[in-house]
Write a protein that binds this ligand. Structure first.
Ligand code: SF4
Length: 380
């Protein structure tokens, strides 16, 4: 188990080197998928390697010439990395430009500066009622498939798409199992290790990640863990599109709280819902995209109460409180947060919001907020 966790930590500690080496090792082209919701299965079925684009590991410098300082962290670091040539190992990129205004800026910036060999814009529609939305979504997915076929010069058969969906579904099941064991033995993995495990799935070829997860699960099932009964369980929510600083996860645990489950993008949201293969594989992908839960603020869902969903998740995990992680300058999450907060207050649920910024100078303010929250939960 330690060996698997070491490998996972290695992959996520330097995704640039890992993905560049993966490309050379597999002799396949890399397609960067800007998070969230890109149907990676279609890229996989085209015999290309889809990787989910990540928040960069440096302070933004050149990127400031292309995007405003009030864009979110992953937006600014992605553009910074791209214009510096740090992502030149990516043969193609795909953006869901309807997700938020900031993603809508990318195609033009890329066109003018560092356009990859393949670039595709998706307009995955908000989840409103009606056939028009569904047919628009299917057309968008079809045009994605066709563009990849044009790029590779090879047709994507239904059978190869079904096979890719099965591999992705297996990955989802295995990640679900990791989460299930963590719920049974919450101290078996550190919160940073869980986030690294999901993140590594976004970077590795899914077949390889599945093998890694099987090893991890074997180790987790065998391992016994002594539970310290005095720790308050908390659910982490939000943090769209990107990882949060692992140091914040360590602070949460150092303050005596423990995370048995989460509602984060680089967390349970990434592997939630399988694509159900009952017929046409494109329909299965469209159905998965149109699932309303777990609620994603970037999908325009208005008839599901996010707070109610999280309160249920909290009760299922016997958790005492909720920590909302809001990425600074993320409009979709910001628009949903006031209703979320009101509901938490109305239901008397302990909840605290921390703001995540790419270039954090000091975590002292975050630590103070979390410390007060931990004391409230433990009744100090
Ligand atoms: S974190 Fe928010 S603002 Fe940034 S790209 Fe994602 S949805 Fe858009």
């Amino acid at each position: 188990m330690e060996e698997v966790l070491r490998k996972i930590a290695e992959v996520t500690s330097d995704p640039y080197t890992y993905v560049a080496e993966l490309k050379a090792r597999k002799n396949k082209k890399i397609i960067g998928c800007f998070p969230m919701h890109i149907p990676e299965e279609i890229v996989h079925a085209a015999d290309l390697i889809p990787v989910v684009i990540w928040r960069g590991n440096e302070s933004v410098t050149w990127g400031h010439a292309h995007v405003p300082a009030y864009d979110c962290g992953i937006t600014r670091t992605f553009v910074d990395d791209a214009v510096k040539g740090k992502l030149s190992f990516m043969d193609g990129m795909v953006f869901n430009v309807r997700q938020c205004l900031q993603v809508g800026e990318f195609p033009l910036i890329m066109d003018r500066n560092v356009k990859p060999a393949y670039q595709k814009i998706l307009y995955l529609p908000p989840i409103y009622q009606g056939e028009a939305v569904r047919s628009f979504l299917l057309e968008d997915l079809e045009s994605f498939k066709t563009s990849l076929e044009d790029f590779t010069g090879k047709k994507i058969s239904d059978d190869s798409l079904k096979r890719s969906i099965e591999i992705y579904n297996e990955n989802r099941s295995l990640l679900e199992r990791v989460y299930e064991i963590r719920r049974e033995k919450p101290e078996i993995l550190k919160a940073r290790e869980v986030m690294q495990t999901v993140w590594s799935s976004m970077l590795m070829l899914k077949e390889d990640h599945n093998e890694l997860l099987k090893e991890l699960i074997k180790g987790m099932e065998k391992k016994t863990v002594e539970t310290k009964g005095d720790r308050s369980k908390v659910i982490l929510v939000g943090c769209l599109c990107q990882t949060l600083q692992f140091d914040i996860l360590d602070i949460i645990e150092d303050l005596g709280m423990i995370v048995p489950d989460d509602d984060l993008y680089v967390g349970s949201r990434y592997f939630a819902n399988k694509a159900q293969l009952n017929g046409n594989p494109m329909d299965a992908l469209a159905d998965r995209y149109q699932a309303k839960t777990p609620l994603c603020p970037a999908k325009g869902v208005w008839d599901v109460d996010w707070a109610e969903e999280v309160i249920k998740q909290m009760k299922d995990n016997d958790a005492k409180g909720v920590i909302s992680v809001r990425v600074k300058y993320c409009p979709p999450h910001t628009c949903y947060y006031p209703d979320f907060k009101s509901k938490m207050m109305a239901e008397d649920v302990p909840e605290v919001m921390i703001e995540m910024e790419h270039e954090i100078v000091s975590l002292e303010g975050t630590k103070t907020r979390l410390q007060s929250f931990a004391e409230t939960l433990s009744g100090v």
